[in-house]
Ligand binder design. Sequence first.
Ligand SMILES: C[S@@+](CC[C@H](N)C(=O)[O-])C[C@H]1O[C@@H](n2cnc3c(N)ncnc32)[C@H](O)[C@@H]1O
Length: 254
Amino acid sequence: MSGRILVVGLGPGNPDQVTPEAQTALAEASDFFGYGPYLDRLELSPGQTRHASDNREELSRARAALDMAAAGRTVAVVSGGDAGVFGMAAALCEAIESGPLEWCGIDFRVIPGLTAMLAVAARAGAPLGHDFCAISLSDNLKPWEVIEKRLRAAAGAGFVLAFYNPVSRARPWQLARAFEILRDILPASTPVIFGRAVGRPGERMAVTTLDEARADEADMATCVIVGSPETRIVERSGLPPLVYSPRSAGRPAR
Ligand SMILES: C[S@@+](CC[C@H](N)C(=O)[O-])C[C@H]1O[C@@H](n2cnc3c(N)ncnc32)[C@H](O)[C@@H]1O
């Protein structure tokens, strides 16, 4: 009899932001697949087995998890944040679509989590209060030309932009180039938020403007939010600024 796959989003790192639904799913699983640092967040009981793998091995991890579920185990595959946002859920769907027919019959459930941009936005105020989009700046799985095209289209259409994977040791220049492109499209005063490791040790928030934004402010644990022309910074004496995007755009608020 085939087992189950539970794809679990663990949230951005704060244990209070793991949903009760995710906790229930984690308690039910016998085997845990994921990137080591995500598995490190879990307290496994003696009957639960950990199968850690490297960050870049998503498809082989997905196949190994499906193999084990096909053999009758209850398998949790974990992602940080939400598993459906630049996480393991899509890798599992790809593996199911291209794998043996029996994998299509496995009980497959995705348990949502709090994605990084929402945790960063909440710290800053309400920068995602109006239309927004999320873009990964990693060109590992798509050509950089596609990223540039999407940046220009989204910024030109007035979306707030949330950047995941803004930089890494292997991708040092992409965020600086993204800022360069955006400076030709957006006002210099457009708010930019750097939210690093939100909810985890080492959390750091910084708010600046597009003309002042420096790519070296970000690392691979940072989610960067670039406002739309409507996004505002409210300075507050002795308190961090509030950044928000008004609920209405292109016409006066009612
Ligand atoms: C591979 S993506 C995974 C995203 C994850 N599935 C989610 O929904 O948040 C990794 C990127 O998420 C962002 N990220 C993850 N956790 C974060 C946190 N606690 N604070 C800020 N950004 C975070 C960073 O941009 C990082 O490079």
